[in-house]
Design a binder for this molecule. Structure first.
Ligand code: FAD
Length: 380
């Protein structure tokens, strides 16, 4: 496998890095402090083609490959983990899914709006009793004359504060688990949706997470894909989403490494910069090595997404490796900065909180290990 970037990928990466430095990084502390959804930054990102990144140009997207998308999200996450994950939800979990499984009328109605930031997307899969066991959907969709009545509760729905459309999963054949779930495209202004703000979260603050209660009517043409075939669609979307979260984790980890290197060079103890002590050098070396290894897995998964029918295991390995490497990087950065990092409001303190969610959302690390183990045990 060749991991060399093309000229186009390099130039896109540089332009996103510049946007991340000039615009996103300046807003990151305030987003974290206020916990408010960063509409201004998301719209500025949309104007630079960072929504609908991989959506074909014919449908209003930027028409780029997954490797470019992963590079872009890493650059954005280096500046703000919140902005990166918000962009990834609209891109991977909503727009790509509509492009993949939507009928022509659904693509026509939503894709251009999503790609330009005119509409943001949300993905409503998790429920109070259905987290890792996502096939155990308690939200019900019961057939009516011209559509469905959907009732139930979804939790932790990112972007929900501002989203115009949500992909909502509901059991159409309760008891059949993953074989009886249907995906619906639901405009967020549909009567019968009650939004409740989530309590303050530890990190990736400003993600607009809400709990949603549904008692809504949807029409037959709001079914995304086929009836009862929604669960495989959720899993398909999560393959791309996990590559995006791997990229997000890399950006957070690299930011932690940069902070640690800069501090180690300027902080003196016992008359020398602490960067001269082997204990500090080894921590920096381990951070750099683990992040580099995780980047190889992430780009491998992105390349697989571009070229293969399925990339489930590659995506799970990338997310597992990158989120855990980034967690260790943030932890070591905290150790290197010591009290300077532990102070509320320091960059490393924010990274330390932000990184934790990458091991939880879009499938915990245990869920990734389950996917990988199932594959290697079935296909030795
Ligand atoms: C910031 C944030 C944003 C989110 N955004 C969204 C969103 O936009 N849309 C959405 O649908 N969801 C979203 N989620 C929900 C997220 O996907 C779930 O939190 C995640 O899937 C885990 O589910 P849970 O929290 O219910 O944990 P649980 O499933 O209850 O798991 C608890 C613990 O048990 C472990 N566990 C569970 N089953 C097994 C098993 N069989 N073997 C071993 N260990 C197991 C888990 O790994 C975990 O450690 C978000 C969550 C967060 C924190």
């Amino acid at each position: 496998m060749i991991l060399e970037l093309t000229k186009e990928q390099e130039s896109f990466k540089s332009s996103v890095e510049q946007f991340a430095r000039d615009v996103v990084a300046l807003r990151a502390p305030a987003i974290d402090k206020s916990g408010e959804f960063p509409s201004d930054v998301i719209h500025a990102a949309a104007a630079r083609g960072l929504l609908g990144v991989t959506i074909p140009t014919a449908w209003g997207g930027a028409g780029r490959d997954y490797v470019s998308y992963a590079l872009a999200l890493e650059a954005i996450a280096h500046a703000s983990a919140t902005v990166a994950v918000s962009l990834s939800v609209t891109n991977s979990l909503v727009a790509e899914l509509i492009a993949y499984a939507g009928r022509e009328s659904q693509r026509g109605r939503w894709l251009r709006r999503l790609a330009t930031g005119d509409a943001l997307g949300a993905f409503a899969l998790s429920e109070p009793e259905s987290g890792t066991d996502a096939a155990n959907q308690q939200t019900r969709a019961v057939k009516t004359a011209d559509g469905y009545r959907v009732t139930g509760r979804k939790v932790w729905v990112a972007n929900a504060e501002e989203a115009s459309v949500a992909v909502v999963f509901a059991a159409t054949r309760p008891g059949l688990r993953g074989q009886g779930v249907t995906a619906f495209l639901v405009p967020m202004n549909t009567p019968g949706i009650t939004r409740t703000a989530r309590a303050d979260s530890l990190g990736v603050r400003g993600l607009g997470c809400m709990d949603l209660d549904f008692d809504i009517r949807v029409e037959d043409d709001q079914v995304l894909g086929s009836v009862d075939r929604g669960f495989p669609l959720a899993m398909w979307a999560l393959d791309g989403g996990r590559i995006a979260i791997a990229a997000q984790a890399l950006g957070i980890g690299e930011a932690a490494l940069d902070e640690a290197i800069a501090y180690a060079k300027r902080r003196e103890q016992f008359g020398r910069p602490i960067a001269e002590y082997q204990a500090i050098q080894w921590m920096l070396a381990d951070m750099a090595t683990e992040l580099a290894a995780a980047r190889v897995l992430t780009l491998r998964a992105a390349a697989a997404k571009d070229t293969q029918e399925k990339c489930t295991v590659e995506a799970a390995m990338a997310k597992l490796a990158a989120s855990e490497a980034a967690h260790r990087a943030a932890d070591r950065a905290m150790q290197i900065l010591a009290s300077a990092g532990y102070r509320r409001g320091s960059v490393v303190e924010r990274l330390f909180r932000d990184v934790r969610a990458t091991e939880i959302y879009q499938g915990t690390s245990e869920a990734q290990r389950m996917i990988i183990a199932a594959r290697i045990l079935n296909n030795p």
